[in-house]
Design a protein around this ligand. Structure first.
Ligand code: SF4
Ligand code: SF4
Length: 310
């Protein structure tokens, strides 16, 4: 691992370099604190019932809004991005379609392993540092921290958009007890007057800029909704059997991005070899072999096949 020149770089820059060496595409730091703006938004969103059946979103609100409740003595949030963009494979463009993020091995493990490695390197550089790694698995408002770390802005499709990576990137965090001076360079929201995602969403799930009503969102319906979909809900899936990428496909910030450099996040060969139409008749056994350790596995054969047949 390359020795980092300590005299000429700030601690934030040193951490960015370590993250880059591990394979993260972007990294930034922000001091911990209470997320007061998000407090208002999330409470309004929950009060309107826009979380649907995701009751877990109502729990641990105090941890979501303040990482110091989650990690005692927390001082800084180190946010990272890693692209998973696989291009436009037929599994994500021909019905029944699978969202691009779900074509590889489960990203939670891949990204978390890299975050643990980053923590080890930070400990080598800075001495004793305690911290915890999070990837979409605990009450952390990832997008809010990524924005504070100057990694992008939240688009009208409610996704984090990084000027170089677009929105097909996973977000992870290390919450650490190390104070790190940071120089946030707030990235302006570059959505401007564009409303392509709002216009393209087939279900009207983007109810206002940056606000998704999960109950209408195909991604929620095909993945998270536990109770059986109604006939009306099945009719609006628009060819998606797992997730939905429409509001990312139309976003101009995704039009010139390059394929992810992360081998572990590339689509599994078994999935790429599967003809999309085969999803409609795939057996339970074959599904479990092909989709083992992918995000589809947790949702399960029954629901995915039912979605595929609409
Ligand atoms: S994921 Fe699909 S359904 Fe959900 S907001 Fe985006 S376009 Fe609409
Ligand atoms: S499609 Fe347009 S409005 Fe929507 S997130 Fe992208 S730039 Fe913003």
């Amino acid at each position: 691992m390359k020795e980092i020149e300590q005299q000429t770089t700030t601690n934030e820059q040193r951490i960015r370099l370590l993250a880059q060496q591990i394979g993260f595409d972007a990294c930034g730091v922000s001091p911990v604190g209470f997320l007061s703006e998000e407090d208002r938004h999330i409470k309004h969103w929950l009060a309107e019932g826009m979380n649907g059946e995701m009751a877990y979103m109502e729990r641990n609100l105090e941890k979501r809004l303040d990482p110091r409740v989650l990690v005692p003595n927390a001082k800084s949030v180190i946010s990272v991005l890693i692209s998973y963009y696989p291009g436009n494979p037929k599994t994500s463009t021909e019905p029944p379609k699978i969202s691009r993020y779900a074509l590889s091995h489960d990203y939670h493990g891949v990204v978390k392993d890299k975050l643990h490695l980053l923590l080890e390197l930070i400990q080598k550089e800075f001495g004793q540092v305690n911290g915890r790694a999070f990837v979409d698995s605990a009450p952390v408002l990832e997008k809010a921290w990524a924005v504070r770390a100057s990694l992008g802005w939240v688009g009208k499709n409610s996704l984090l958009i990084n000027p170089k990576l677009g929105s097909y990137a996973f977000i992870g965090e290390l919450i650490v007890d190390l104070e790190i001076e940071s120089t946030p360079l707030a990235i302006r929201n570059h959505c401007g007057t564009c409303i392509r995602c709002i216009d393209a969403c087939p279900t009207g799930a983007i109810v206002s800029p940056g606000v998704i009503d999960s109950r209408k969102c195909i991604s929620y319906l095909t993945i998270e909704k536990k109770s059986a979909l109604t006939d009306e809900e099945l009719k609006v899936l628009n060819g998606w059997c797992f997730g939905c990428d429409i509001c990312q496909e139309v976003c101009p910030w995704n039009s010139k991005i390059t394929i992810s450099k992360c081998e572990e996040l590339m689509p599994k060969q078994e999935i790429m070899s599967l003809l999309p139409a085969e999803m409609r008749t795939i057996s339970d056994e074959k599904f479990n072999i092909i989709f083992k350790n992918t995000p589809l596995f947790r949702t399960g054969w029954k629901k995915v096949v039912m979605n595929s047949n609409q």
